[in-house]
Design a protein. Structure first.
Length: 243
């Protein structure tokens, strides 16, 4: 059986292939990280996939700490706790390990730990990102364990504003991880609740415009055909995985 191994830029360097998690120490060195904060979610933190990854760091004698106070939809208190852990451990970079929520929070920790303004001052509005001190943003190595959000190659993180009950997108070009390790072997043995299909297939952000177009603009015959297509191709409802 052939083994698919590749490397490309998105512009983030992506190291793809089964077993490439073994390159994590090298990826840290390449991005200048000597003492990373390993950010993941509490569910993953209990699984063998995290233990085996931390063993790689141990064998390479890379000092690190683990932070896993990550809610499925991260809130400001998660970010505050993560920044406190980052500063207490005197870390110089972040390993973002897991699904969308863990990746987003890890990127936000790397971004916000050195800032003096509230995180909400950097919402993705106009040129608000220019308010940030770019030199204070630390490097990130991202290790996705799901094929969903694509946060590992994104320049933003999503955090929930509890008072307004809204999700805010925090953006800065330097939130883009320096290296991504996309190792499909990491998904082996994941809990059954992990979604096999990409997150976009379950997202109303994708389907609402299609539904609106179908209802308002299309002729009746085409509407019926579109409904038939959706019923055949949309995934069946399933519990939303906590990532």
């Amino acid at each position: 059986m052939s083994k698919l191994v590749s490397k490309w830029n998105y512009p983030t360097t992506v190291r793809f292939g089964a077993g490439r998690i073994s390159e994590l120490p090298d990826a840290l060195a390449a991005t200048g990280i000597k003492k990373p904060l390993f950010v993941t979610d509490p569910g993953l933190a209990k699984l063998p996939v995290v233990a085996s990854t931390l063993k790689i760091l141990d064998e390479a004698k890379v000092p690190y700490a683990v932070f896993s106070e990550v809610k499925p939809n991260p809130i400001e208190s998660n970010l505050t706790a993560g920044i406190a852990a980052f500063k207490k451990g005197k870390h110089d970079g972040v390993i973002a390990f897991g699904g969308g929520s863990a990746l987003d929070l890890a990127k936000l920790i790397a971004f916000q730990a050195g800032q003096t303004r509230p995180v909400w001052d950097f919402e993705d509005i106009g040129d608000w990102w220019t308010r940030a001190n770019s030199d204070a943003i630390v490097p990130i190595v991202a290790v996705p364990t799901t094929a969903g959000t694509g946060s590992e190659v994104g320049r933003a993180g999503v955090i929930t504003h509890e008072e307004s009950h809204t999700k805010k997108v925090i953006f800065h070009p330097k939130m883009l991880p320096g290296i991504v390790i996309a190792d499909p072997a990491l998904s082996v043995g994941m809990p059954a609740s992990s979604p096999p299909e990409p997150a976009w297939t379950r997202s109303p952000i994708v389907w609402r415009p299609i539904a609106h177009l179908a209802i308002i603009r299309w002729p009746t015959a085409l509407r019926l055909r579109a409904c038939g297509w959706c019923s055949r191709t949309c995934p069946r409802p399933m519990p939303t995985a906590r990532t």
